[in-house]
Design a protein around this ligand. Structure first.
Ligand code: HEC
Ligand code: HEC
Length: 241
């Protein structure tokens, strides 16, 4: 027997034993072509890989330390059901009028790219900032970075964060400062990062902090002419006062 097939079968047996009950929905509908437990678990694997999660993410704890796969008490399972239907619809639409092997098949991974929240990082951070403030947004960013850095899903480069912060720094300098300070934890040598922080301080009318940040920006990169210009301006302004 092909070893891969053997492994799949063996896994299926293990799961069949682990499960406290037969796959009840399918077992009760013999008229439907009943997918066996191997197929079910393989399908479930595409979910865990697509979203970068464990089985418990959608299922709930059952008895004797096992998961209760049948229960619908986890709201994420309900969302997943809609997602499964949506993904099937998308594939139907893509496939219309074309032969099966000439079409791309969309899977959970296509959108989710190994993470549960498929939105681009800038949307996630902006929304968190608007709902819960700069501190919460910074904490969330740190947590995502800790977990997903190096993977393909989120763009953790400094550019993305700086351009995101730029969109709200004038209206919400305090939130911007939280995020820009966090950025410097990850890019402590970034002259641009310090320039951006300085700008946010000026929005809060905190010129002394802005000047300190600009000096740091110039230490790191003496060619940062924007920082130099801003520092000159602030100094002139201070002398006039
Ligand atoms: C992204 C959410 C999600 C993840 C992660 C997930 N499942 Fe599921 N699972 C579902 C949904 C939704 C159903 C119900 C499908 C249906 O009713 O059509 C289901 C059904 C099942 C069933 C059939 C239960 C029954 O009797 O009705 C089994 C067994 C199962 N999952 C096992 C697993 C295993 C093992 C894992 C981890 C490898 C896993 N699942 C991970 C969403 C998930
Ligand atoms: C076309 C893109 C797309 C595909 C394909 C897709 N998803 Fe999603 N998924 C999303 C979006 C967008 C959200 C966020 C929805 C929201 O904000 O309410 C989401 C959210 C979810 C969530 C909720 C996550 C959370 O923690 O709140 C689950 C669970 C989920 N998807 C499961 C799946 C599964 C399982 C598949 C494959 C069968 C799948 N998705 C395929 C776009 C997709």
């Amino acid at each position: 027997m092909d070893p891969r097939r053997f492994r799949a079968l063996a896994l299926g047996l293990v799961f069949a034993v682990v499960l406290s009950a037969p796959i009840h929905a399918w077992a009760q509908e013999p008229a439907r072509s009943a997918p066996n437990i191997v197929t079910v678990v393989e399908t479930m694997r595409t979910y865990t890989q697509g979203l970068g999660v464990e089985c418990i993410y959608c299922h709930v704890d059952g008895q004797n330390g096992r998961l209760n796969y049948r229960s619908d008490d986890n709201p994420r399972k309900q969302v997943a059901r809609k997602m499964i239907a949506m993904t099937a619809d998308i594939n139907t639409m893509i496939g219309l009028g074309r032969s099966e092997h000439s079409t791309t098949r969309v899977t959970c991974l296509t959108c989710h790219r190994g993470v549960p929240d498929p939105r681009p990082l800038n949307d996630i951070i902006r929304e968190k900032m608007e709902r819960e403030g700069g501190q919460a947004a910074a904490d969330h960013y740190r947590a995502l970075r800790q977990r997903f850095f190096g993977g393909p899903a989120y763009d953790f480069r400094e550019e993305l964060l700086l351009t995101t912060v730029q969109t709200f720094v004038d209206g919400r300098p305090d939130e911007a400062i939280e995020l820009l300070k966090m950025n410097l934890e990850f890019y402590p040598q970034s002259s641009r990062g310090y320039s951006a922080l300085a700008y946010a301080y000026t929005r809060r009318r905190d010129d002394p902090s802005a000047m300190t940040a600009l000096e740091k920006a110039l230490d790191l990169d003496p060619d940062n002419s924007i920082a130099r210009g801003q520092l000159e301006q602030l100094k002139k302004y201070q002398r006039r006062r």
